[in-house]
Structures are given as C-alpha cells and as structure tokens.
Design a protein around this ligand. Structure first.
Ligand code: SF4
Length: 428
C-alpha cells in the first residue's frame, strides 16, 4: 500500500479475512501512520484488500474511508474502489426511497448495496448486473470470505493490474505495488473484466456489453508513478516523449531546461535531449510533502507548494530557463514558482506544459476543481502567460499528447482537455 501512497494521502484502510471473519482497520492519514506493527498484528490472515484515499466529490470524513463493509448472502464483504460513478446521486436517491440507510457519502456504498441486492448465490452474476446499472469510472476490489473479486468498468478509465509473487496473486492500481514486494506484473485487468481469485487460482469473466477503452490520459501525464506501465504504456516513457514533442511544437532558446519535480523530470529530460540544451535541477523538492494537487483547500495548496519546492539559486542565477511541468490547473503553482525562480536570479522563465490546457472538470475520479477555478477555462493562453508571469508559455497539443501514448486517440479519455466525455456526466 505504501507504494501506492501517491494515489491518495488523506486516509488508508485494510480488510483481511482471518479464516473466520473479515477484520478491518481504517484511519485518516498516511499508510505508515495508519498501519503500525501493532495494527498489523490485529489483522492476521493471508487474503485481504487495501485502499488509499483522496476525497473527490464526497468530502474528507472518516466514515468515507475504504474498504467499506457489509453482508452479501449472509457473508461479510469488504469493498474498495478507485473512480467515480456519474449516476451516483440518482442511484442513491432510488435506494434511499426503497429504505436503504447509507452510512457514508461514498459512491462505493452504492456499488455494495447493488451487489447485495442482485446476489443470488453467484457473485459474478451479481457484479454483472451491478455493472449494468452503474455508470462512470470504477476499478473495484472486493473481499468475500476467502476470495477476492476485482472488476473494472467497461471503458477502463482507472488502471487495474494483475501480478503474482510465487503462489500469491496480487491485484493493484499500479505495477509498483506488485514489483516492490518481489512479484511481477502479469497483465492488465481488461476493461469490463471480472477476475475472481481464490484457492483454485484466477478465473476471468466479462461484462456482456463491451465498450471502447477510454483510459484516463491524465494518469500518464501526472497521476501514476514514473515506473507505472498501465495498459501497455509506461508513464516515464510517455512523459519523456511529451518533452521531445514539446520541443518540436514549442522550441525555446534558453540556457537551461528545468523540471518541476517529479512528473516534470522525464519530460524535461526529453526536452533537453531533443534540443541539446543542458538539463539542470533548478528546484529542490521536499520529498516528505504530499501532492499539492490533491490537498483539499486553496490555503493548504499554497502552503504546500512553498514547503514542497524551493528554487536553487546556484543553478538558475543569471540564466534563461524553460520550466517543464505536467499541467496548469488553477495557475497558482506556476505563478508561485516563476516568481520565486526570478527572486532566485533566473533571467528569463519560459514555461512548457506537457498537457493541453485543462478546460473541463473530470467526473471520473480525478479531483479537478469547478470550471470557474480552472484558469484555462476562463483565460486565453496569452492571458495565462501574463497571469503567471512567464516570458512565454506553450502547452503540448492534444495530438502531440496522444502521439506520446502511441495509441489512437479513441483509446483515451481526454475529456478534461476537450470536453468530449465518454460517459455522459449530466446524469448527476
Ligand atoms: Fe482522466 Fe481527464 Fe478523463 Fe478525468 S476527464 S478520466 S482526468 S482524461
């Protein structure tokens, strides 16, 4: 779970089957704080699921920490999910009208209730029926007694991979969780696939109505670790290619290419190699800070940027630099960094961004702010350039971004850049 901490830092939870029942521990905070050796001693067993959470629509409350638990056909079930259902509110209202009493404001609870409702002795059939009702993004793991069932929405928005370590089977959002414990990733859970893992091995089934894959391209731009290989595309390679393509699309005559760490590092390397301009680390990162993007309030985000990144005067002083970053969401991080790089002596600060302007909200599990707070939804590129104080500003084109992923555009969700939503979000 530690290796997936970047996917959520607000809370962590784990549920383990001890041979008789499922025991669960959940806590706000990081995995390392939530699971001490004492806590882990209280979770004996050889089969379990875990979750790290960052809140999207539902708010940061301890009752929303996953895995959530209930009963299906008299057996305990624990459920953890990465994603967002677009028809959550409608489904919840209907279930409430029928008398269901919700204990969370989390859409995962809707999935749990629907599985329970449709369960008739066959968990896979119950999940298929549930998948016929829920819409949006979900990568789910469920622990039911001595088996784990994993399933992914038909578009495969959020990642889900399968691996093994000797006789053990592991399913996780990213391959790092498998490799770091000595295992190896074997394959992706396919969009629409339902995988049952029990003492007899791995069984695969599929939701009947396949859909075009729409993998979240923002996973490669920003969210996933550099070492993640998701749906056959490696995040580091993707980011480095973005840097090369940005050099083709928006060259810049400067002394130094500087990354905004961490996801800006491979793209800055790509930009530097393609341009033959030296690469330099002009920003020092505090490795103990979390991700600023997913802090819940603006005040926390502002403070986090200052604590997290500090300009290195010896590197940037007297130099014209091009700064490579993955995205501009509100504009506050870029403005802050450019101001402080100039204070540290940078002569010129040009900015190159490895995603197109983020103009639309995400309804599939990435917590982008409301459109009125998305700077690119309200200002032109020239206006943003002025607003953040850059000497020049350029974004990679959507065509360039997709080229970096080496798949045709139809295989990706790019809705936060172009508003082309694969699943209608207006049913909310
Ligand atoms: Fe990813 Fe953007 Fe699509 Fe959300 S809208 S799933 S962030 S590409």
């Amino acid at each position: 779970m530690n290796s997936l901490q970047h996917r959520g830092q607000e809370a962590a939870g784990m549920a383990v089957f001890d041979g008789e029942e499922i025991r669960r521990k959940r806590s706000m905070g990081l995995v390392i704080d939530a699971f001490t050796e004492d806590t882990l001693r209280d979770l004996p067993g050889t089969i379990g699921i875990g979750h790290v959470r960052y809140s999207t629509a539902e708010g940061s409350h301890d009752y929303n920490i996953q895995p959530i638990m209930g009963f299906v056909g008299g057996e305990m079930i624990a459920l953890a999910n990465d994603g967002n259902l677009v028809n959550y509110r409608i489904l919840r209202e209907r279930l409430e009208e029928e008398g269901m009493m919700f204990q969370t404001t989390n859409d995962t609870e809707v999935i749990l209730y629907l599985i329970t409702r449709y369960y008739n002795g066959d968990i896979v059939e119950a999940i298929k029926k549930t998948m016929g009702v829920i819409q949006g993004a979900y990568s789910v793991t469920a622990l039911i007694k001595d088996k784990v069932v994993a399933f992914r929405d038909p578009h495969g928005f959020r990642p889900l991979v399968l691996g093994e370590d000797g006789e053990d089977v592991i399913v996780a959002s990213e391959n790092a969780a498998i490799e770091i414990i000595g295992g190896k990733m074997t394959r992706n859970v396919a969009p629409g696939e339902i995988v049952v893992i029990d003492e007899n091995g791995i069984h695969s089934d599929h939701y009947e109505s396949p859909a075009t894959p729409k993998h979240c391209i923002f996973e490669y731009v920003y969210f996933a670790r550099n070492d993640a290989t998701l749906d056959d595309v490696n995040a580091y390679t993707f980011r480095r290619r973005c840097g090369e393509i940005l050099w083709e699309e928006a060259p810049c005559d400067v002394d130094l290419v500087v990354p905004v760490p961490d996801s800006g590092i491979p793209s800055a390397i790509g930009y530097a190699q393609a341009s033959n301009i030296p690469y330099g680390e002009g920003l020092v990162k505090n490795r103990y800070m979390g991700r600023t993007f997913i802090k819940p309030t603006q005040k926390e985000r502002d403070m986090a940027v200052k604590l997290k990144l500090n300009p290195l005067g010896d590197v940037v002083k007297g130099k014209s630099i091009v700064l490579l970053d993955d995205s501009i969401v509100r504009g506050t991080t870029s403005r802050n960094l450019i101001y402080r790089l100039r204070e540290a002596g940078a002569k010129e600060v040009h900015m190159r961004i490895t995603s197109p302007p983020v103009k639309y909200c995400c309804y599939y599990g990435i917590d982008t702010p409301n459109r009125k707070n998305l700077i690119a939804a309200n200002e032109s590129i020239k206006e943003i350039e002025k607003s953040i104080g850059a000497d020049s500003l350029a974004f990679i084109s959507e065509e360039g971004l997709v080229r970096a992923g080496k798949k045709e555009i139809s295989k990706y969700c790019t809705a936060c850049f172009d508003g082309d939503y694969p699943v209608d979000p207006t049913v909310i």
